[in-house]
Ligand binder design. Structure first.
Ligand SMILES: [Zn+2]
Length: 155
């Protein structure tokens, strides 16, 4: 077995859609930056890549490359998963923590877990998701995601 860890952050910007874990959430701001700004999928993608010591998401999909502007982050996750499988590993489970002031993730957590599970080809009970508010961190205009993934060598 091997473990991978990923971390990401994006700043909230007005007037763009918010996507977290491949799910569109109702909010007046979205996450700016590279691709669609899906902070959770980026952290999980880096965790998958880290588990097999592959190059990180920024190396594989450089933000400077115009083809990734506005891209669906599921594309990055699928590429990472392809590399994990090519290295003859399978995903066992993922755990993650989101840190953001708003919007509340609780009402959407089940849907996000189900979506991430579908993208990874695992059962929803193999995807952990916690949401915290950034108490005392001064990061109320950002969303931060941490993720760990366990992969197991296929026979
Ligand atoms: Zn990112």
């Amino acid at each position: 077995m091997r473990i991978g860890y990923g971390w990401d952050s994006h700043e909230f910007k007005a007037g763009i859609p918010l996507k977290i874990g491949g799910v569109s959430l109702p909010h007046d701001k979205g996450l700016g930056g590279h691709s669609d700004g899906d902070v959770l999928l980026h952290a999980i993608t880096d965790a998958l890549l880290g588990a097999i010591a592959a190059p990180d998401i920024g190396t594989l999909f450089p933000p400077s490359d115009p083809q990734w502007k506005g891209a669906d982050s599921a594309v990055f996750l699928r590429e990472a998963l392809k590399r994990v499988r090519a290295a003859r590993y399978a995903v066992v489970n993922v755990d993650s923590t989101l840190i953001l002031a708003v919007p509340k993730i609780g009402p959407h957590a089940k849907k996000i877990r189900e979506q991430v599970a579908e993208l990874l080809g695992v059962a929803p009970d193999c995807v952990g998701l916690k949401a915290k508010t950034p108490e005392g961190m001064g990061t109320d205009n950002a969303a931060i995601a941490h993720a760990v993934v366990l992969v197991e060598r296929k026979p």
